[in-house]
Design a protein around this ligand. Structure first.
Ligand code: BES
Ligand code: MN
Ligand code: ZN
Length: 484
């Protein structure tokens, strides 16, 4: 999409103009002028359409030649507008204007720092579609978004980073939405190399032999039942004079059947999504490097299927992830923590200032926090606050959960250092306590469980049904924060 700056509102023309309206039809910038041009019948029309300016409302008003635009979109913002409200409103507009090739707007004039970026992000994300496998994809899409009126030029300048971030969300969502038969670990590793080449990031890929040689016993164990061999991808983005060093780790289970502890048919339906953590890391690395953020970042993604093939791990098997601790695998469906164990060890060995892992880790987290809020665990209060603040800026909701010492006994094993499942209650906490066993002493670490919001269950504002890319924008915002 082209993002351009137009002239003063009165001198502009085109297919559509989109303007903001606050609660109770309080006209925002440009809306006052447009309403005046349309005259008295506008209110009547808006009564009919039940439009009052609430958040989430967008109405298309035919202008009948009274404006030099064919359609006027009134975009509801409600009251108490913040950047996320603007991003969502722009997302709703993006949906409503999906077939409008040329959209002019004054939304960047909403009085908030970063308004233009939020508008671009929301608008682009609201138009996301995954139609790779549709024989007849819906073709029309907005080709031009034009800021008009005051501040248009600055808005265009400010929208560059937002476009980079939106591109990375597209990449993340595409990877998640891709069916598992098109994203074997080797295929994703090739995508990682392509991304690395395009933004200048080094990519190292370990195949099955190297995974064994590097003693990645968690990843190797989970991959035993799979026909398609595992990979481990390590991105290294190393700008000159980095201000900090952050390690990102993403769960990359390209399909989770549960292994021998097989899921139900229904339980498997969405399990191509189980690499959403790795996809968020792929997207974050692309955006961080494209934005040239002066922070060193490594991204580690263990990639494997979790399948019940003849060689599969059996419940009761004992494996040894990279840090040497032994794990009794009592449920092969608790596989994410096994592959993350190795990822976290590798991350710790690099001695970063902070490790953040992202994973669709537990159904229990989804039960606890629902579909739109991720769980956050941390071994360090400052790190937790920093990630929560970055998430708030990105408009992604996380809620901090505890790491209670006295729950550690939930994962005591009779024969090994720990088992990979705990008691039924507090399942998401037990998983986080398990991960903690693989985080090097003294390294701040934050764990993000996105089992709920990694996938959106319906189309709304800038989210669309399917892979959401949730977590990706938090990672980018966090790394930006380290740069300043
Ligand atoms: N990938 C799942 C978690 C999941 C479930 C993500 C639903 C998104 C939606 C994970 O590997 C898993 O199967 N976890 C088990 C753990 C249990 C066996 C201790 C779960 O949550 O049931
Ligand atoms: Mn599982
Ligand atoms: Zn899983």
């Amino acid at each position: 999409m082209n993002i351009t700056a137009g002239g003063p509102l009165e001198s502009e023309s085109g297919e559509a103009l989109a303007v903001p309206v606050f609660e109770d039809r309080t006209w925002g910038p440009g809306a006052d002028w447009a309403a005046e041009q349309l005259g008295g019948r506008l209110d009547e029309y808006l009564d009919e359409q039940d439009f009052s300016g609430k958040a989430g409302e967008v109405v298309a008003v035919p202008t009948g030649g009274r404006l030099e635009f064919h359609t006027l979109f009134l975009v509801g913002l409600g009251s108490d507008v913040d950047l996320e409200a603007l991003r969502k409103a722009a997302g709703w507009l993006g949906r409503k204007a999906a077939k409008t090739v040329d959209v002019a707007t004054t939304l960047h004039q909403v009085d908030l720092d970063g308004a233009a970026g939020a508008v671009v992000e929301g608008f682009l994300l609201g138009q996301y579609r995954f139609d790779t496998y549709k024989s007849e994809p819906k073709l029309a899409k907005t080709e031009m978004l034009r800021f008009v009126g005051d501040g248009a030029g600055d808005a265009v300048d400010a929208s560059g980073p937002a476009q980079v971030v939106a591109d990375a969300v597209y990449l993340t969502r595409d990877l998640i939405n891709e069916p598992a038969n098109a994203k074997a670990p080797a295929v994703l590793a090739d995508r990682a190399r392509e991304i690395g080449r395009s933004v200048g990031v080094a990519v190292k890929v370990l195949g099955p032999d190297e995974i064994l040689a590097e003693r990645l016993g968690g990843l190797a164990g989970v991959s035993l039942g799979a026909h398609n061999p595992a990979r481990l991808v390590e991105f290294s983005y190393e700008p000159a004079d980095p201000k900090a060093f952050v390690a990102l780790v993403g769960k990359g289970v390209v399909f989770d059947s549960g292994g021998l502890s097989l899921k139900t048919g229904e339980g498997m339906e969405t399990m191509k999504t189980d690499m959403a953590g790795a996809a968020a890391v792929f997207g974050a690395i692309q955006a961080i490097a494209a934005l040239r953020i002066p922070v060193k970042v490594i991204g580690i993604t263990p990639l494997t299927e979790n399948m019940p093939g003849g060689g599969a791990m059996r419940p009761g098997d004992v494996i040894r992830p990279r840090n040497g601790k032994t794990v009794e695998v009592l449920n092969t469906d608790a596989e994410g923590r096994l592959v993350l164990a190795d990822g976290l060890s590798l991350a710790g060995e690099a001695e970063p200032d902070l490790i953040v892992d992202v994973a669709t880790l537990t159904g229990a987290c989804k039960v606890a926090l629902g579909e739109k809020i991720g769980g956050l665990w941390a071994n360090d209060d400052e790190a937790a606050e920093q990630v929560l603040a970055a998430a708030a800026r990105a408009g992604e909701r996380f809620w901090r959960m505890p790491l209670p010492e006295d729950y550690r006994k939930n994962i005591d094993s009779d024969i090994a250092d720990m088992k990979n499942i705990g008691a039924r209650w507090g399942g998401a906490i037990n998983a986080a306590l398990f991960l903690k066993e693989f985080v090097a002493d003294g390294v701040p670490w934050v764990h993000l469980d996105i089992a709920g919001p990694g996938r959106w269950s319906n189309d709304e504002h800038y989210q669309s049904k399917g892979g959401s890319g949730f977590g990706m924008r938090t990672l980018v915002a966090l790394v930006e924060d380290f740069a300043s």
